[in-house]
Design a protein around this ligand. Sequence first.
Ligand code: UGA
Length: 452
Amino acid sequence: MNLTIVGSGYIGLTTGAVFAYLGHAVTCVDVDREKIDALRKGRLPIHEPRLQELLSAVRSNLHFTFELPPAVSNSEVIFLTVGTPSLADGSPDLQYVRQAAKQIGESLGSGYTAVVNKSTVPIGSGNLVESLIQDAVPKEKSGAGGFSVASNPEFLREGSALSDMFYPDRVVIGCDDARVLERLDSLYQPILKQDFSPPPFLPRPANLKNVPVLTTDLASAELIKYAANAFLSAKISLINEISTVAEKVGADVHQVAKGIGMDSRIGGRFLQAGIGWGGSCFGKDTAALIATAREYGITLPIIEAVREVNYRQRAWVIEKLLQELKILKGKTIGILGLAFKPDTDDIRDAPALDIARRLLDRGAKVKVHDPIAIPRVRQEYPDLSLTYCDSLEITAADADALVLATEWPQYGDLSWENLASKVRHRLVLDGRNALDRSRIEQAGFRYFGVGR
Ligand code: UGA
């Protein structure tokens, strides 16, 4: 099939690369000319494991352009994967969705076109996209093959987006028209049946035989996306709230999480206590859900509390440092990790940066290390007076405390004896409960984990 992906961020590129791998002719469109030029030269604008390799492997099926009309007029399926950042009131900014819908309407080809929304949009936006496209269709083309809109929410995690796309837990398709369902069903067949040959660098998980598809109406698919992110962020906030109790009563939240996660009704994933979630999704989508509910005159006290607990969690680092060091003015704190999670250079709503700002406000000197996110922080926050360090030895030199903010795998295997000889005070705050406590203590550090 001929596919167009409108919006070449990490969702658009992942979707495009996977369908190109499955044999379709894919055109990725973006309004950012610099990004398209870079992609044409084989350079990725984001860090996503294995995406570079996959893009190179599928080059003959994948094209990049900033001209939407020719791509759209030739397409059987168009995916909308543009950004929906938060506005000041928490509601999502739909300007890119609106622009894309209008341009799609102006450029539709003569055959039937399936328009598939993968951008996270408020409930009811499928209908909005449909009416925007309809309004933009030129009169002389109004009798042509027609189009319909489906919602096909994505559940990709940054850092493992390709595996999540090739090997999803489920595919959700929301639509009110059998034609779009038929087209998407055929497009997704290799993923649903798991009968494609996996890329050598992304092996299929053992025991994955097939993937279920859930077909719903448009509004339900749109709500599934928000409800999934609300539920996952709630799981994390719940264990973080329990961690505050664990810390007071002398329990270990890690063991508590294990104990409750063994109950299959609860499940063990997303119960890692720490300094809380960040990134471009949980914060934005929980705020958008609250904003949607407000439009209908309802409040969402659980989701509001989930957010409050999450942002409060970041203060744990400051409280512990004050407890141990008493005065932060003039102290040197080394932060390990800036990205909102490992395996990405994404720093949107990253807890590490929030914590760094609070420390700077209190007069501390903040040294930071991250395997890949430093260039992005320098570029996006040129005024932040952080000391960027190329190595962990430099981060540790004369530090009064080391704080783990992102659990990059390489931090799990540090020579703590070596770092102990560099620091001024041997104090480690493990903000992700990811480090080996006994090794750190053997090197003479005092160790604090969250809720342990
Ligand atoms: C999240 C969802 O997991 C995806 O299913 C969804 O498609 C995506 O949002 C989206 O809406 O586009 P993502 O934000 O990329 O994916 O990453 P996650 O792995 O969910 O991590 C989010 C944050 O939660 C990170 O800061 C991570 O460190 C934190 N986290 C995660 C915890 O603090 N504890 C956990 O147990 C798990």
